[in-house]
Design a protein around this ligand. Structure first.
Ligand code: ATP
Ligand code: MG
Length: 498
């Protein structure tokens, strides 16, 4: 596979030129380097800009009006307060570096600066990331390529700089970077490089989960995440970071499914990417059936596999995985909910409006459309054709209708203050219990959402014993669980008939 790679003459943003020119005017060398050069040459927009120079950190700091010292590797952030382009607000300027030992498999033991660009390019991970470019008159004037990076760019090949085994032994994160960059760019990893990744993959255990998560998310956010996860599995990376996913490999399902659980999850994820849906939907698509392997039972009666409760177990497993990967609380809560309730719309024949209202109360108004999207990924991922447009519209109109009804405490025509006013109770947990009990009432019967009805009912509710009141507030939970039981029941029936 060969592709055109640009070269001398490619334009560079003026904000970057200002940085290199400033350094050059002071008598230093300055080159743009790494991922930004790579991206410019293949016509992608760089995510961030790096400059490398023979100036020391102190010399860089004095050359610019506004800088900050980023880390212990000599990198200075040069700040441009006037630009509107996010990627140009901070340009990272790093002195030529030489790297020495890596006794912890992730960070060099000490950082030594060098006088030579060549040394700096040698410490970089992949040949296509080891390109530097000299900039003049607003354009790339010269490309410095000591490792045949331009050829690898043409051949769409990711290859380690120097001895592949040494490079992955030094820094295990590079294995995940390799998969991420190959996935984003649609490149192949060269054979020796792949073999070195496989050899050193267990060293990933020395890498922080935050850094692993960032690369993992970027794989998911690429255009072809299914290829990326597939590749990561083949190289042994998935086993190190999300072993739970591997359990689905080769786990067969019923006729409705053309694929094993693993392939189904990858295809669901890919559909989320095809639709350009956000990270939380992609995570939910990838994990929604994660516990099918452990809940799979063979029914001799029907000669079919069953997966009862896989969404309940799966939501817990998903929580565990996302906690481990240190995703933000908000992301975790949402993805866990989407996994937990993904079976709802699979019971296609008989969904009542009150069931839809309860579903919305469970998953949250802010998540209901995303749940629909996860369902769409799930369906496409089974290899079945697109949803019958009539049925999809029917669901959508039911959701819209249900959304007009009150589905959360906040939508009740009464609030805590009013409850205290009409019942004369003092602040405390009781108020929340009354609100919950009122919501349960209104979910069942939306016409009860009037100030008058709710105030009267609140007065009656506080007459109940604490225990009884609590039970009323939790009635919904029980009902919801019963609803879910009913769901399972119907799914069971369906398997019996099919
Ligand atoms: P992107 O900016 O799209 O994330 P990138 O390749 O530019 O991709 P950065 O994290 O911005 O990644 O790093 C900039 C450059 O620094 C890389 O192109 C590479 O030359 C070098 N680099 C980054 N991480 C490593 C590493 N772990 N080992 C060796 N070199 C690295
Ligand atoms: Mg970069």
């Amino acid at each position: 596979m060969n592709s055109t790679v640009k070269g001398i003459g490619v334009e560079v943003p003026k904000e970057v030129i200002t940085v290199t020119e400033t350094l050059k005017n002071k008598g230093f060398e300055a080159y743009i380097v790494g991922g930004c050069v790579r991206d410019l040459l293949i016509g992608r927009t760089p995510k961030d800009w790096d400059v490398t120079t023979n100036a020391t950190p102190e010399e860089i700091i004095t050359a610019f009006p506004k800088t900050f010292y980023e880390n212990t590797f000599g990198t200075v952030g040069v700040v441009d307060e006037n630009t509107t382009d996010e990627s140009l607000k901070v340009i990272e300027v790093t002195p030529y570096r030489l790297e020495t030992g890596y006794s912890d498999f992730r960070r060099p033991d000490e950082v030594k600066f060098s006088k030579h660009l060549k040394d700096d390019l040698e410490r970089r991970d992949f040949t296509i990331n080891a390109l530097a470019a000299d900039v003049a008159n607003g354009k790339i004037a010269n490309i410095l390529d000591f490792h045949n990076g331009q050829k690898d760019l043409k051949d769409k090949t990711l290859r380690a700089v120097g001895d592949a085994n040494e490079r992955f032994h030094e820094d295990a994160l590079r294995s995940l970077r390799a998969v991420r960059i190959a996935t984003e760019l649609g490149f192949m990893i060269n054979k020796e490089t792949e073999e070195a990744i496989v050899t050193h993959v267990t060293l990933l255990k020395h890498i922080s989960w935050e850094r692993i998560r960032d690369e993992f998310s970027r794989i998911l956010m690429s255009d072809y995440p299914a290829n990326g996860i597939f590749l990561a599995q083949r190289l042994g990376i998935i086993k190190e970071i999300v072993p739970e996913l591997e359990a689905g490999i080769g786990v067969e399902q019923n006729q409705a499914h053309a694929f094993d659980v693993w392939t189904h999850l990858l295809k669901s994820l890919q559909h989320a990417a095809d639709k350009k849906w956000p990270l939380d939907i992609r995570l939910a698509a990838l994990f929604h059936d994660i516990s099918k392997p452990e809940t799979r039972r063979f029914s001799h009666e029907t000669q079919q596999w069953t997966f009862y409760g896989h969404e309940v177990v799966g939501s817990r497993v998903t929580q565990k995985i996302l906690d481990r990967l240190k995703y933000p609380r908000k992301t975790i809560d949402k993805v866990v909910k989407l996994v937990r309730w993904h079976m709802f719309f699979s019971d296609t024949e008989s969904i009542s409006l009150s069931a839809v209202r309860r579903m919305i109360a469970n998953v949250g108004t802010e998540n209901i459309w995303d749940l629909m999207n996860v369902r769409i990924c799930d369906r496409i991922g089974t290899g079945r054709p697109k949803e019958n447009p009539y049925r999809l519209r029917k669901y959508q109109s039911m959701i819209e209708e249900a959304l007009h009804d009150p589905v959360s405490v906040a939508m009740l025509k009464i609030d805590g203050k009013k409850i205290m006013e009409v019942t004369k109770i003092t602040p405390g947990p009781k108020i929340g219990q009354v609100l919950n009990a009122l919501l349960e009432d209104v979910l069942e019967n939306p016409s009860h959402n009037t100030a008058e009805y709710l105030e009267n009912t609140a007065k009656k509710l506080i007459e109940l014993s604490d225990e009884e009141l609590k039970k009323r507030g939790e009635a919904g939970k029980e009902l919801r669980e019963a609803e879910e039981e009913k769901n399972l029941e119907e799914i069971r029936k369906k398997y019996h008939v099919s």
